[in-house]
Design a binder for this molecule. Structure first.
Ligand SMILES: C[S@@+](CC[C@H](N)C(=O)[O-])C[C@H]1O[C@@H](n2cnc3c(N)ncnc32)[C@H](O)[C@@H]1O
Length: 336
């Protein structure tokens, strides 16, 4: 299996769609966001309404707490007896969400844990919560992480080439870019970013690093821009967009983690428990769709994925590619 396919967690069905300008969003201005106060929760109403419809709200898990926007909305509807577990693999996200919700009347009922969502079963066991009634996975990075130059996620902000959601994990984007072979780099750019000029970009990176290690987001963005030229700037997409996304997915093993996380989370759902997943690119969404379809222990609540409306996209451009899917575990009797 190639490196990219191993990282993608699947041997077949790789297909990636970037949706920077579907018809409804094409004419919308992209507002610069030099400072993001809080990440704006995507498809918040749909998440709340799916939680509201859940029959079993004894334990709620927000497995990607980020800035706590979804969590805040969910706290408003869960019963007083509901135990709430808030996870994120980024310790600074947990701290921000905690500070944001510190005045909330339900604050004391929240258990905050810095962990990856594939650790959900072990955590629930440790905490004496055998099953969960509602689990939310809102994938990818938050606006805060993306806009923080020190985290190195974005070609728009000069900073160290890092991209680790959990700064304690071993491999950063800098390591990948400076140590992988040309073929391995090209495989990642193609397999995880479907970058059509993957080979040319990989060659340019390898040539550039012979002179000097590639250490910053701006250095990598310049190498890519030089390699693909103006033609790379197709349809308003910066030529480095796909490469940066592919590297981020590889650094954080996002698809492997999603596959493991879905398996573990669904195992821990109690009767009539619901899992909601919001994904932002087609590799993730395809994986979620296939995973839910293959199960015979429940039903898919969202026959079609829920997408943001024009108003939401206008207010929050980052929501434009979101797709939400929900699966409900079967009950002992019925979930109606
Ligand atoms: C899109 S943001 C979530 C935003 C959040 N729903 C809100 O309303 O503010 C995604 C968050 O999930 C975290 N994350 C991504 N993958 C994760 C994983 N495998 N385990 C735990 N946290 C993860 C990221 O660190 C980030 O903070």
């Amino acid at each position: 299996m190639t490196l990219a396919r191993r990282l993608a967690g699947t041997e077949s069905g790789l297909s990636l769609t970037l949706r920077p300008f579907n018809v409804s969003t094409m004419s919308l201005p992209i507002l610069p966001s030099p400072f993001v106060a809080y990440h704006i929760p995507v498809l918040k109403d749909a998440v709340v309404s799916l939680a509201y419809g859940a029959k079993n709200l004894s334990v709620l898990v927000d497995a990607t707490v980020g800035d706590g926007g979804h969590l805040e909305a969910l706290l408003g509807l869960v019963p007083g007896s509901c135990r709430v577990l808030a996870l994120d693999q980024d310790a600074s996200a947990i701290e921000r969400a905690k500070a944001r919700l510190s005045e909330h009347p339900r604050f004391e009922s929240i258990l905050w844990v810095k962990a990856r969502f594939s650790a959900i079963p072990g955590l629930l066991n440790e905490l004496g919560m055998p099953q969960a009634g509602f689990i939310l996975l809102d994938l990818g990075v938050s606006s805060r992480q993306l806009e923080d130059p020190g985290r190195g996620f974005s070609f728009r902000h000069p900073g160290p080439l890092d991209m680790r959601m959990d700064p304690l994990i071993h491999t950063s984007a800098k390591e990948l870019v400076n140590t992988l072979s040309e073929k391995e780099l090209a495989d990642i750019l193609w397999g995880l970013g479907q970058e059509p000029r993957s080979r040319r970009i990989a060659r340019a990176i390898v040539e550039a690093r012979r002179v000097h290690p590639v250490e910053s987001t701006s250095a990598l963005a310049q190498i890519i821009e030089r390699a693909v030229g103006r033609k790379g700037r197709s349809f308003n997409i910066h030529p480095a967009t796909r490469s940066f996304m592919a590297l981020r997915i590889a650094v954080n093993d996002e698809l492997g983690e999603l596959q493991r996380g879905l398996e573990e989370a669904v195992c821990k759902l109690g009767p009539c428990g619901r899992i909601v997943v919001i994904s932002y690119h087609s590799l993730e969404d395809g994986l979620v769709k296939r995973f839910f379809k293959a199960r015979d222990d429940g039903s898919i609540i969202t026959k079609k994925p829920v997408r943001p409306g024009l108003e939401e996209v206008r207010a929050n451009h980052r929501s434009r590619s979101a797709k939400l899917r929900c699966f409900e575990k079967e009950g002992q009797g019925s979930c109606i």
